[in-house]
Design a protein around this ligand. Sequence first.
Ligand SMILES: [Fe+2]
Ligand SMILES: [Fe+2]
Length: 305
Amino acid sequence: MHSHAAEMPVDLKQIDNDPNFSSRMDKLVQLSRDRHVNTFAQIEWPDTLSDTAWWLSPELLSVHGTEFADSLTEAQLKRLSKWECINAFSLNVEGERELLSALSAQLYAPDLPHIDTYIHHFIDEENKHLWFFAEFCRRYGGKLYSSKKVGVANEAFCREMAFFLLFARIYLFEELGGHYNVVAGGDERVEPFVRNIHQIHHADEARHITFGRAILAQAKEIAFSAADAAQREAAVAHLQRYLQISVEALYQPAMYRDSGIEGGVALRRALLAHPARREHHVFTLLKRPLKFMNDIGIRLEGSSL
Ligand SMILES: [Fe+2]
Ligand SMILES: [Fe+2]
């Protein structure tokens, strides 16, 4: 009966005590309802898309800033932009499929804070994204790429840490994909239909990222006080590994082959080690999420990316 306040278990339900958090959730739910779009009915798929257009901004290409880009003609770079776009969208399919099952599994867990209504909207929106990205890849690429990215090992984390890591992986995945959507979606050089797909996605993702930041800021302290030192260290290593796998997946050898570029495996290796690319990963592609994670006390190393 002498239980001291500091010894009270801090579980995830604690999150509900913050009125700011609750009102942000209400706001996000309202926005999802106000901006709801029946994407299935609204997208008008062109029969074909030009092979001689940019499908991604040249600055988004995996060879950008290197001598490999200089050795390719504009026509070759445009062809590469098509297959890099198919790869980026295939990665979205993979990531969103995983996210859908992981989020569904959270619903109505007894210790889930009041985020269930928002999770329903999240699932609803991701289900549409998954559909249009897969449809895009099949129609205009004739296939989906597989990243063969065997998900990061699922170490035995306590519930609070597993919860935090789930939303951290989702957040990192969405920030990374979001960079492509923002740049290509705002680039007049990109083929209009492709640009529109980037824009449609970004319209929903901006809210998901806001949600991710809010839930992570809340769950971080709870997870890190529930876990022991070994788990805390393993959690940071887990996210580091997740980021690395996600970055490596952008250098899919098959997309070089499909663009008519020889030696895709060697090219991938050379690019991943290239100083200009490593700089791009840390200072452009992952700048925002690395900063946010650092702000909540998770220091991820840019040097291994
Ligand atoms: Fe999405
Ligand atoms: Fe999303």
